[in-house]
Design a protein around this ligand. Sequence first.
Ligand SMILES: [Zn+2]
Ligand SMILES: [Zn+2]
Length: 405
Amino acid sequence: MTGRRLVVTGVVQGVGFRPHVYRLAHELGLTGSVTNTAAGVVIDAHGPTAALDELTRRVATDAPPLAQVRDVRCHDLAADPTPVAFTILASTSQDGPRTTVPPDCAICDNCLRELFDPGDRRYRHPFITCTDCGPRFTIVTGLPYDRPRTSMASFPMCPDCATEYHDPLDRRFHAQPVACPACGPHLWADDGARRTTGDEAAIALAQRVLADGGTVAVKGLGGFHLAVRADHAAGIARLRARKQRPDRPFALMAGSLDAARRLVELDPVEEQLLTGVARPIVLARRRSDAPVAQGVAPGSAELGVMLAYTPLHHLLLRPGPAAVPVADVLVMTSANLSDEPLCYRDEDAGLLLRLSDLVLGHDRPIVTPCDDSVTRVVDGEPYPVRRSRCAWTGSCPRPLRSAPS
Ligand SMILES: [Zn+2]
Ligand SMILES: [Zn+2]
């Protein structure tokens, strides 16, 4: 029996890394602990050398889908005098080099299934999330990444969510933004005259305004978008006038890959980008029969298209209990006046109401604003036109003037 400490750095917090280590240690029959520190994930493991070697290797090779291991440093430890089990310890906030903040990710397939499963307790919950998906970077107020240092700190978990959160074998184990209709954030809608609360009422109202060609300011992951039907020429013209943006292309959001395929010609690399966790806006060749108004991207042979990436987007883009006709493609442009900063705070509602007919917001604050990334595929390789949301490096160069947004 021998002991080893592994310090793992990279994108390893908030991506299900500690449960991954926990399951691995149990499988290999190791004792010890794993914890998040400001220096990275620290694993103290005790057991046979071969098992420790296996852990050292698989901690990186079998890492969860959203993790990016940069480095695994090993140190010998004195043998554990009382080895009994392998445990997950609470995070520490000791001083040390700060690890990378995990990026925001598109809703995962499991959560999307639950979102539209009438038997699930998170059926149509606009804030459904798990370890594999959801907000991270935009809700973090400090490191190490843990719920008290996110804008979910003010939403105490209900007993059901707490059970999932504390079960190492659950998909929501230590998923910091985990919530449900009983304990999580809720939507509201405001048209300047009246504030509507209740998730379904707010969604139905937004769908009604959109159906009539109106503009809705939708609170997303990193800020507000202005949404309008992509096939409504008058609605788009009105949005351009309000935004003081006469002709720069608007980005589109499609509710499904099939809906995106009706807009642009897509090759396999572009489809992979569109459906990946980063969900950038992909610039692709416009189909001649794309069902969009001319004003979306005047004179352009391309359209900037992204797929829905939050539960709220999916709820907006699909028919719900309210009998309202729903478009599966919307213009989704950043909510700002031409060249002004992105609106992301509820205090921006005054400006948002000048730009839109209805603000669809919620009570989970956005801590750090973050725009959508824009990517173009050149010779089969993704070429970032603007890196923002889900840029693993955290770099965020200035956008090019031609980028739709
Ligand atoms: Zn998920
Ligand atoms: Zn709950």
